[in-house]
Design a protein. Structure first.
Ligand SMILES: Cc1cc2nc3c(=O)[nH]c(=O)nc-3n(C[C@H](O)[C@H](O)[C@H](O)COP(=O)(O)OP(=O)(O)OC[C@H]3O[C@@H](n4cnc5c(N)ncnc54)[C@H](O)[C@@H]3O)c2cc1C
Length: 430
């Protein structure tokens, strides 16, 4: 909702909304995730025949490949007809029985509880029905390093709601801890500084505020009015979910994405005619859903349109028709704005990345064959970083001096965090 509110200002931008991570092992049908610890501890994936298929696709990493890779392989395998048919769609099996009851009850107790409560099975004996599901949004409200929107002063965002650059187009499992703790700590400091500064004086007339509240109130009341061919918000939401899973999912291609954009536009148009039957303006789940669904559709359109325009594969964004990562053309963030309330899709623009300023220039980070179209500055910057690092190390420079030379950031931290960060077994006096 926060992202949608920011989008609807028409001023704040959302960044990289097409970058969506999928998690391989959500239980079917309810979609609750079983931790990756299941595979980390030795659990394996099996198909309809009970066959362990991951070693065929990823001989080296097997089930321990990164979550986007495992999700893609599972989808590929299901597409080959190797999924288990169920009335909730095809799925595969996660087998942790091989870990033994003692291990499961000690280390994977939460998984056991989920299986018992939501599936009525015992994972020490039964295989768990799983399939990949949408998990984490790398994109969000585009901010600067302080967590402030780059285009709307005074709007701060951090954590999963933000595009703060902790992640690019993918995210390592567990990185939310770093994100919430680090960005929470830094952005909170900047927010409190901002609130104490004269900059934060909000000079907005009460008339502007009351006209906004009245407009929102009118929207809510409009939902309650009887209409010819009134639309049901739940149906629109379900249709949106189906489109997103089928056409803006783990594998994407131009035709599906174009259809997704067209169909989502149509749903957004239809959402203007939503009719809520329950006439209460208070605590009404039906009204709550109606109020949200239009905004969800706008966010879905940002993801679908961004994915359609991004004619390459990068991190979690996997295009069947453009399998290469194209650093030459696509080393840039997608920015989405909703210029006018009557628009049916976002306006996209792009923010270029500068390879010559990077401490870690883009390299091959994938599996198997390198499918990268490299940026012309990458090799030069890689050599520059290596040479400088070696030279400074030979000269006995500290890691702080090396960091300062390669990519200085200390001055961008809130003042109280500008000291040297100690590592284990390091102790600084100052
Ligand atoms: C099942 C699951 C398992 C995960 N496992 C891991 C893991 O093992 N490791 C890892 O690193 N990450 C994991 N993640 C991701 C991680 O949990 C999230 O990325 C992280 O919690 C996001 O934190 P946040 O503070 O940014 O947002 P949230 O935790 O979503 O907090 C946002 C808060 O804002 C509140 N809020 C929303 N709208 C409003 C409003 N209008 N007004 C007031 N309040 C509002 C919400 O109620 C919520 O409390 C997992 C996610 C899921 C769903």
């Amino acid at each position: 909702m926060g992202q949608a509110i920011a989008l609807e200002t028409g001023v704040a931008t959302l960044g990289n909304m097409e970058a969506i991570q999928f998690h391989p092992t959500a239980i079917v049908p309810v979609g609750i995730l079983t931790t990756e610890g299941c595979r980390g501890d030795g659990g394996i994936l099996r198909d309809v025949d009970g066959y362990r298929f991951m070693p065929d696709y990823e001989p080296e990493k097997k089930e321990l490949a990164s979550r986007d890779v495992v999700s893609r392989r599972m989808t590929e395998h299901i597409r080959k007809g190797k999924g288990v048919k169920s009335k909730y769609g095809d799925h595969l099996w996660l087998d942790i029985t091989i870990l033994g009851r003692a291990h499961i009850e000690k280390n994977l107790r939460e998984v056991k509880d989920i299986c018992e409560s939501f599936l009525g099975i015992d994972p020490a004996v039964d295989w768990i029905p799983v399939r990949p599901t949408q998990h984490y949004s790398m994109g969000g409200i585009r901010t600067d390093h302080r967590g402030e929107s780059r285009t709307l002063k005074g709007l701060f965002s951090c954590g999963e709601a933000a595009c703060w650059d902790m992640h690019g187009f993918n995210r390592l499992g567990g990185n939310s801890v770093a994100e919430t703790v680090v960005s929470g700590m830094l952005c909170a400091e900047f927010i409190s500084d901002y609130c104490e500064s004269p900059e934060s004086n909000i000079d907005i007339s009460t008339k502007t505020i009351s006209s906004f509240i009245n407009a929102e109130q009118e929207k809510l009341e409009h939902f309650l009015k009887p209409k010819e061919n009134g639309e049901k918000a739940y149906e629109l939401r379900r249709a949106m979910e189906d489109i997103m899973m089928a056409k803006v999912g783990i594998f994407r291609n131009g035709n599906d994405l174009q259809e997704a954009v067209d169909e989502l536009r149509d749903l957004l148009k239809r959402s203007q005619n939503i009719e809520v039957k329950c006439q209460s303006l208070a605590a009404s789940p039906e009204l709550f859903n109606a109020y949200r669904v239009q905004r969800m559709l706008k966010l879905a359109l940002c993801s679908a349109k961004g994915a359609l325009e991004r004619t390459e594969s990068r991190g979690a964004h996997s295009r069947e028709d453009f399998p290469e990562r194209d650093d030459k053309f696509w080393l840039k963030r997608t920015l989405a704005t909703w210029v006018s309330p009557n628009d049916l899709e976002p306006t996209l623009s792009y923010e270029e990345l500068d390879v010559t300023k990077m401490e870690l220039p883009p390299g091959f980070r994938g599996y198997g064959k390198d499918m990268t179209i490299h940026h012309e500055d990458t090799q030069q910057r890689t050599d520059e970083v290596e040479t400088l690092r070696e030279k400074m190390q030979d000269e006995g420079k500290t890691r702080f001096e090396v960091q300062e030379a390669l990519m200085p950031y200390n001055s961008q931290l809130p003042e109280i965090y500008q000291g040297k960060n100690e590592r284990l077994r390091e102790k600084f006096d100052d």
